[in-house]
Design a protein around this ligand. Structure first.
Ligand code: CS2
Length: 491
């Protein structure tokens, strides 16, 4: 097997696509916080395309690992060992997989190893954009748009001289830039949240105001927070996937990634310190990202959550596998047609029916075998981003609540960590509180409606909803998820 690093790069077999530019000339202009698989399959790919254009070599990526975990520490070592190179396998449903080496990340820092040095690096004037994939729950902003200064993670970090959170790290870097005259950078959220730019703004300014009112005011006047819609299905990479991908590529890559062939990025053109020529490489720029993002979150991500929660409980583990279950497909089709679509406004040039059909096609892509447990992960944060507004709209319009009640019931049951077949699975819910756990486990099934995931949904105000939720949750317990689903889709 061929090792992957800058020395081996010029000698890779011709069927592997390699960067079409001289990496030694590239310098980072964008720092990306939390270099997960999604970032490596999405933004890093667009930047890889941009770097092949003349005059763009100042827009490479500096990857920053934020979380102090063994996994993140190992990733930093692997990135260093491979000169930040990795292979990406793009899986089309009807064509051979395409393996390419992505070269756009040219520098990597593991913040916990030296936070002050990371802040100083971000304060360098050559860094003009800081982008983020810190997960849906990583912004802490509540359903009223408020950044909770009393949240234990935030309160503790506000006391530190050298903060650990992304809010502290970037704010301190901006403080140095203000003092040195380096000017602001754009903060670009690439997470799946409605109005992610506004949420990022609320979070960073909320933090900064608590720390230094003058700096907060400067940030308010100078830093921009564009909204974005990001899309590419990127499964988790488990050790067995590393083996499989490396066997396919012939590379000894410790950190390969794989994804579907589809990719989309819609961005609000509001960059306070310039941006690369992303419009020349397929990124859509617009004044109003909101309709694109609403369609994507409330159709794609919501369908995923429906499949993830009901699927894991039913004993399925992969999306392509669940797409062979006609009731699961009917659940998604009905949800899209009767619940989500009537509340959405299609952006120019997009037909919702066609978008929905395309989604089902993407989900059927066997070549990527996306994991339902990946999708179910952190449903506590995701459900309010993906399902809440549809749920509230359906209830407010007096439309049938079957599918909403079913997914709410599935979430509460999913938290028990045992599927219908009795198989135990890992429930990974970093934002679930101890109180939530008690409510989920309560013999009064109604208590689950007061969990964090449903804050601000007003579910208890609809007697019909509560009644259907109680009946469906009891049915999931007594008759199983599949039998309950059969009833839901035939109602
Ligand atoms: C998924 C997303 O994690 C989830 O809940 O719905 O990761 C999804 O695969 C991406 O947003 C696709 O762009």
């Amino acid at each position: 097997m061929t090792p992957l690093n800058k020395t081996s790069l010029p000698h890779l077999p011709p069927e592997i696509v390699v960067p079409a530019y001289d990496r030694s000339k590239v310098t980072p202009g964008i720092a990306h916080i939390s270099v997960g698989n999604f970032h490596r399959a999405h933004q890093a790919v667009y930047i890889d395309r941009v770097l092949a254009r003349a005059g763009q070599e100042g827009w490479g990526l500096l990857g920053v690992g934020l979380m102090e975990t063994p996994h993140e520490a190992l990733k930093a070592q692997d990135m260093a060992a491979q000169d930040c190179l990795y292979s990406l396998t793009e899986c089309a449903p009807d064509a051979p997989n395409l393996v390419r080496v992505i070269g756009s990340i040219t520098e990597y820092m593991y913040a916990p190893a030296d936070r002050a040095a990371t802040i100083a690096r971000l304060a360098d004037p050559t860094i003009r954009i800081v982008s983020l994939t810190v997960t849906e729950g990583g912004y802490y902003v509540d359903e009223n748009g408020v950044f909770p200064l009393d949240h234990p993670v935030i309160a503790e970090d506000l006391k530190r001289d050298v903060p650990h959170t992304v809010f502290g790290l970037l704010t301190e870097a901006l403080r140095q830039r203000r003092e040195s005259g380096a000017g602001p950078f754009t903060i670009l959220s690439c997470d799946n949240l409605p109005q992610n730019g506004h949420v990022a703004r609320a979070a960073f300014l909320g933090w900064a105001r608590a720390r230094d009112a003058g700096l907060a005011q400067w940030m308010e006047e100078n830093v921009t927070f564009p909204c974005t819609m990001v899309d590419r299905i990127t499964p988790a990479v488990h050790p067995e996937d590393v083996k499989r991908l490396d066997a396919e590529s012939g590379l000894d890559d410790r950190i390969p990634v794989f994804c579907e062939d589809f990719i989309q990025w819609v961005v609000e053109d509001k960059f306070c310190a310039g941006r690369p020529e992303l419009d020349a490489v397929g990124v859509q720029f617009t004044d109003n990202v909101e309709p694109y993002e609403a369609v994507k979150l409330h159709m794609l991500n919501a369908s995923h959550s429906l499949l993830g929660l009901s699927g894991v409980l039913s004993g399925y583990r992969f999306v392509s596998e669940i797409m062979l279950d006609l009731n699961e497909v009917a659940l998604v089709e009905q949800y899209l047609a009767f619940d989500a679509e009537p509340l959405l406004h299609a952006p120019p040039g997009m037909a919702l029916r066609e978008y929905g059909r395309r989604l089902l096609h993407r989900f059927r892509n066997k070549a990527i075998s996306d994991q339902l447990l990946r999708i179910a992960f952190d449903s506590t944060s995701k459900l309010s981003m993906f399902i809440r507004s549809t749920a509230m709209g359906v209830i407010a319009h007096g439309r049938p609540v079957e599918r909403i009640a079913f997914v709410v019931a599935c979430y509460a049951e999913y938290l028990r960590g045992r599927d219908d077949k009795g198989t135990i699975y890992d429930v990974v819910e970093p934002h679930l509180t101890d109180e939530d756990r008690l409510k989920a486990a309560s013999a009064h099934l109604e208590d689950a409606l007061d969990m964090t995931a449903f804050a601000g949904w007003d579910l208890r105000e609809s007697a019909i909803f509560v009644q259907r939720y109680l009946a469906l949750r009891q049915s999931v317990r007594d008759r199983g998820t599949r039998a309950t689903l059969a009833e839901v889709v035939s109602t």
